[in-house]
Write a protein that binds this ligand. Structure first.
Ligand code: ADP
Ligand code: MG
Length: 321
């Protein structure tokens, strides 16, 4: 677990980061969002001591990181930086092997684990191991950067706009793969992005930053349905329709639905999709309705108007329009 306690970073009179606090639990993803210059990168870099805070304290697994040697600290932290720099004159295989060799893994262990993580990220070693970064597509390049950060199974993963340069479809694919990677429950992830859909899809907890300060933090549904003020509300307004549907899962939505025991021959969905994923699925498969079986075994008939009405009811409950 990572605990960031009232961390600030001042450059002369500029308060790049101003008393930021959050906790990133094991198995969770914390997302820092905010406009350019709001202090996201600076905050992230204090966690691996690429930047030393002017004040405040950071603990990883209860230990104060300022008392640890930066080189040793960084060995337990996977890092994908904003301009993520794979070494251009190293092959894919060599890039992924950098940290394992630093910590003294045998060549055999390094190769075995590199093959495994590259395979999981759809970059088979046999096909890509000997390639140089400039021979990769944008998506492949980012996958290798991610493999390099994850190869030693670090308990902490820091990512700074890791999918920023990719097209939306590739972004979405890599996000899905990241979520389904084995080892997710043993890791705390802190991710920086300015893409709100990405924040809501990946973040168990979202920290909204502006001019160095945290304006509000919490799960996506809190930020959307219980915004602290008009700034937070307007922050999400541009994509509000999709974001709201992405922030609510079927299991949360059933509180607003009537159970329907008339099972039919139509397929019964048991995955706890978000409302947005459900609507996307219905459109793709041309379904006018879909049956969802909740974790308690009840069956609900869903149509797109019913799903949209859940959002209206949630908003009515919190008194927002
Ligand atoms: P973000 O990642 O949210 O875009 P940064 O953390 O990179 O923001 O920067 C936050 C603020 O701190 C910006 O106003 C930036 O200009 C300032 N800043 C960052 N690094 C330095 C530095 N080394 N010296 C002076 N100002 C800096
Ligand atoms: Mg940045």
């Amino acid at each position: 677990m990572i605990q960031v306690n009232r961390v600030s970073k001042h450059y002369g009179s500029i308060k790049a980061v101003n008393r930021i606090s959050f906790e990133a639990k094991l198995g969770s993803t914390t997302v820092l969002v905010g406009t350019s210059g709001s202090g996201k990168t600076t905050t992230l870099k204090t966690i691996n001591r690429l930047i030393e805070p002017s004040e405040g304290q950071i603990l990883i697994d209860g230990k104060d990181i300022s008392l640890q040697k930066p080189q040793l600290l960084r060995r337990q932290i996977g890092y994908v930086s904003q301009n993520n720099g794979l070494f251009p004159h190293y092959t894919v295989r060599q890039n992924v092997a950098i940290v394992p060799s630093l910590i003294g893994w045998s060549a055999e262990k390094t190769l075995q684990r590199s093959e495994e993580i590259l395979e999981q990220l759809l970059i088979p070693m046999a096909q890509f191991g000997h390639k140089f970064p400039k021979e990769l597509s944008g998506g492949q390049y980012q996958r290798v950067a991610l493999a390099r950060a994850l190869v030693t199974r670090p308990p902490v993963l820091l990512m700074d706009e890791p999918f920023g340069a990719l097209d939306p479809v590739t972004r979405q694919q890599i996000r899905q793969e990241l979520k389904s990677l084995p080892g997710h429950p043993e890791r705390s992830i802190v991710l920086v992005t300015h893409d709100l859909a990405e924040a809501i899809e990946l973040g168990d907890q979202i920290v909204v930053m502006d001019r160095g300060k945290c304006l509000q933090q919490g799960p996506a549904s809190d930020l959307l349905f219980k915004p602290r003020d008009s700034f937070i509300k307007s922050f999400f307004d541009t994509q509000r329709f999709q974001l709201e549907l992405s922030a609510v899962t079927l299991e949360q939505a059933i509180h607003y639905l009537h159970s329907n025991q008339h099972s039919t021959s139509t397929k019964i969905e048991t995955r706890n999709l978000t409302l947005w994923e459900t609507i996307t699925l219905m459109e793709k498969e041309n379904l006018t309705s879909l049956y969802y079986q909740s974790s308690s075994g009840q069956i609900f008939q869903l149509t797109i108007p019913i799903l949209l009405s859940c959002i209206s009811q949630i908003k009515a409950k919190y008194g927002i329009t």
